[in-house]
Design a protein around this ligand. Structure first.
Ligand code: UD1
Length: 338
């Protein structure tokens, strides 16, 4: 069975992907330096998977460490998650974002290329589309990121495209995630942001559990059905299964591809608040505030190409995203360190 290297392996999306890869019969080697995640994740993975995770503590920007771990493990494909991802922070410390997100990519790709391990899955984002010209977004829609974070993703895609053009042995699966939310149905792993959450679902969960008093809704004067922002929320377990399908495709067929991973459905901020209140049985107090700079009114995917190429589609609805996020949050009110 093939072995998959996961970078950023103890992060939110990676930890769910790790379990999905195990469930599909893959072996996994995980790498992380815990700068933005907890070692507790490894214990939870062991418990859920019934096996001991193979894990290397390393910074993916450290070439010596990456080369050393590749000397110790035979790898067939890589899923590169390791990156910083806070849009607002990226505008304050752009060099840190470029160094970390692109530097890590260079280091990992150079080490893999030297070993001719050319099957590479890249965590990209719908943020590369910037302000959508029309919806739904298809992979050929105009790109143009509006934050340093978004530009690291767009540049990452371009760098990998150049690499695939230059080297017939290199094949990319570029995955453009829409808005990943929810948690594993066990409630044992989930999203555990450090500090005040920037994203909607973790903020709403923390209001429901009583860690925060009230949600700020960033604007209700958008051109959307209820005036609040509309996004394509996707259950993290659906997203994880999308990664498994992408790895399988790289192993089965030659060629690089770029696909949206979304559901094709949009929900407003107030839809999410109502769904979370129903799932949790808790009130979610909120206040309408001014728009957040850089936000778009609406964004959702056409997920048709992923279905065509990978035989994958998202199956879990907003109610299940909220129910699973609530199970995680209510069982682990302070995240992993409880
Ligand atoms: C954001 C990033 C995106 C990144 C993604 C990671 C921006 C502009 N985009 O997407 O690049 O890939 O996170 O998950 O930051 N909202 C509130 N109150 C809150 C938080 C959010 O009303 O406290 C609203 C937002 O205005 C938006 C929606 O909820 O309409 C979703 O916001 P969020 O979860 O932050 O995701 P995005 O902004 O879509």
């Amino acid at each position: 069975m093939a072995t998959v290297l996961l970078t950023g392996a103890t992060g939110y999306i990676a930890s769910h992907t790790w379990l999905a890869l195990w469930a599909a019969g893959f072996d996994v080697v995980g790498v992380d330096d815990f700068r933005n995640s907890s070692p507790q994740v490894l214990e939870r993975l062991a418990e859920l998977g019934g096996r001991t995770p193979v894990f290397e503590r390393a910074d993916v920007g450290d070439a010596a460490a990456v080369n050393a771990l590749l000397d110790r493990h035979r790898i067939d494909a890589t899923v590169h998650f390791a990156a910083l991802k806070a849009v607002g922070e990226s505008a304050e410390v752009p060099l840190a974002y470029y160094r970390n997100n692109l530097g890590g990519l260079f280091t990992v790709c150079e080490a893999l290329r030297a070993r001719r391990i050319g099957r590479f899955v890249f965590s990209s984002s719908a943020t590369v589309y910037g302000e959508p010209e029309r919806l739904p977004l298809v992979e050929t829609s105009r790109v143009g990121a509006t934050s340093p974070y978004g530009r690291t993703k767009l540049m990452g895609e371009q760098i990998l495209g150049d690499l695939a053009t230059a080297d017939a042995g290199w094949q990319n699966a570029i995955l453009r995630y829409f808005n990943p939310v929810g948690a594993h149905a066990s409630g044992r792993i989930g999203e555990d942001p450090r500090g005040t959450p920037n994203n909607l679902m973790p903020y709403v969960s923390q209001v429901a559990v009583g860690r925060r008093a009230s949600l700020s809704v960033w604007g209700n004067d958008y051109d959307t059905p209820d005036g609040t922002g509309v996004r394509d929320y996707i259950h993290v377990c659906d997203l994880a299964e999308g990664h498994v399908a992408a790895v399988q495709r790289l192993l089965d067929a030659p060629g690089s591809f770029t696909v949206n991973l979304g559901t094709g459905r949009g929900h407003s901020v107030l839809d999410v608040v109502a769904a979370f209140a129903a799932a949790s049985g808790r009130a979610i107090p909120y206040e309408i505030r001014p728009r957040r700079p850089g936000d778009v009114a609406a964004c959702w995917a056409d997920p048709g190409l992923a279905e065509q190429l990978l035989g994958w589609r998202a199956t879990r609805d907003l109610a299940s995203m909220c129910a699973d996020a609530w199970r995680w949050q209510s069982h682990n009110p302070n995240g992993y360190d409880t």
